[in-house]
Design a protein around this ligand. Sequence first.
Ligand SMILES: Cc1ncc(C[n+]2csc(CCOP(=O)(O)OP(=O)(O)O)c2C)c(N)n1
Ligand SMILES: [Mg+2]
Length: 592
Amino acid sequence: MSTGLANWVVAHAFVDELARCGVRHACVSPGSRSTPLAVALAENRSIKVWIHPDERSGSFFGLGLAKASGVPVALLCTSGTAAANFFPAVIEAAYSHVPLLVLTADRPPELRDNGAPQAIDQSHLYGAHVRWFSEMPVPDGSPGLERYVRVTACRAFAAALGSPAGPVHVNFPFREPLMPDAVDVSDNVLGEGKANGEPFVRTTRARRMPEDALVNRLAAELGPPCRGLIVCGPQDDVRLAEPIARLAQRLRYPVLADGLSPLRTGAHDRSLVIDSHDAFLRDAAWCAAHEPEVVLRFGATPTSKPLVQYLARFPAARHIVVDEGEGWRDASLLAAKMVYADPVAICERLHASLEQRADLPTPWAAEWLAANARAGRAMEETLDGMPELFEGGIFAELCDLLPGGATLFVGNSMPVRDLDTFFGTTNTSIRTLCNRGANGIDGVVSTALGASVECTGPLVVALGDLSFYHDMNGLLAAKLYDLNVTIVLINNDGGGIFSFLPQAEQVEHFEMLYGTPHGLDFSDAIRLYGGEYVRADTVPAFRAAITHGIESPRLTLVEVCTDRERNVRLHREVWAAVSKSLRAGTDVEATP
Ligand SMILES: Cc1ncc(C[n+]2csc(CCOP(=O)(O)OP(=O)(O)O)c2C)c(N)n1
Ligand SMILES: [Mg+2]
């Protein structure tokens, strides 16, 4: 078999298996060495190819597709620094448990480490950030190779969907000529795929069901009347809302629901859901008077620092962390128990084995709900009294404005924090997403655009100006593929988050080192990519702009210009009003 044909066989067999396993999308960046795989992906009828000249944006776009769907997405690039440009998205996928199949083309061994062009050391390039690395052999047409390729593709797919899910790296050396002159398919060059269209190896993974003994032990710890809390951090699995809400109701535990958890929005029972904790847990006196005995945790570390600090005050409480992915998500070192089991199953089994508590309403739950109601009202009133559109108010508005089925993708820095503080709860089912694995301000535009492809409803992305600037290249995908998202650009001309830090007072060169103003006119950027620009400085203008953006078939950028220092003052005004509201009388306004 010629070298070109051997390359063709390896690439087509690998891609054929990915498609049989269920891969539907591939983000391909141009290059020569990757030709066999690029052609195989383009020729596969089950896989849609998305072309991204910039690998960094392309890999984040793939991350967004996989994040929104839960199905592994393939990335492909040529050899050299192209592969290194995938690194930020690979890291984010590793920490946020998103399945990615990272395929990098490489030079054969005789063209490595000896001055050959565009050759870097790609072996284990992403280090411990991938769930599995495999170095493919140089295709040489040897018997048995196709079988190995097919098994490896299935194994890579399975590893990406492991527990927890994450990125997998397969490095493909190809020798020239990269392509055969012609492929005579009648020669049966691809011989080994299963005739029934099944993958070569189908991996099945059972739900990690908790044993009876574990459920009974947990029920004994959680069941007796006590000051218990459920904390649900960032969690992309929307299936969890209903079972957690039902368990909370049975235990009468308040649920401290992160803005990135599925508990805040939707038709499930939200009567025990706490959404203003980020504001009222800043009040030290309130925290001191509300010591929990048991904390049952789901999802990643909460976005809210006040919540994390509140929990850390009480290390004597029994902290039970449920983590289906066998991780160790306990940065405050509080966990007394790590429960490695399917969280839906844990909730359902506990619900079934616990008696409805008869001694209720408890003052504990009532106090949390009352504080939540007071804080919520104080925030609303303070926002209503503001003459302008405040950064936090953007998220309160989006909670009211977004229709059912919409997705709100938020950037890191202040947007994710303001979402957590101000978004509230709603009966409308709105999905909230963020790159919260490594908290980067990179790749936000691309991840959101990728996610929009897998979302049925409209997608709105709200992000800061530096985050937008960081990934402006990502906008090309919106132009090339007519992706209709609405971007809310919160432009405070720099890094607004830093103005909340002690460095704002302590560091002489604060504005140069942290503020980093740029003075860019972003209306030009959005026009470059064929989008529409709308500026919104007031609440009514913002409402109209969002409604327009959602209805319009085009990419829309809604820019809200704010001032960093004033933004800090307004946040502090809100928090002061919340603290004051907690002390205004002792009546219980919401009973469980
Ligand atoms: C890739 C990356 N670089 C740097 C940082 C550090 N960082 C965190 S927030 C921030 C400023 C972000 O500014 P912007 O997106 O405008 O949001 P704002 O703070 O104004 O809300 C920076 C530089 C980071 N998280 N990720
Ligand atoms: Mg900013």
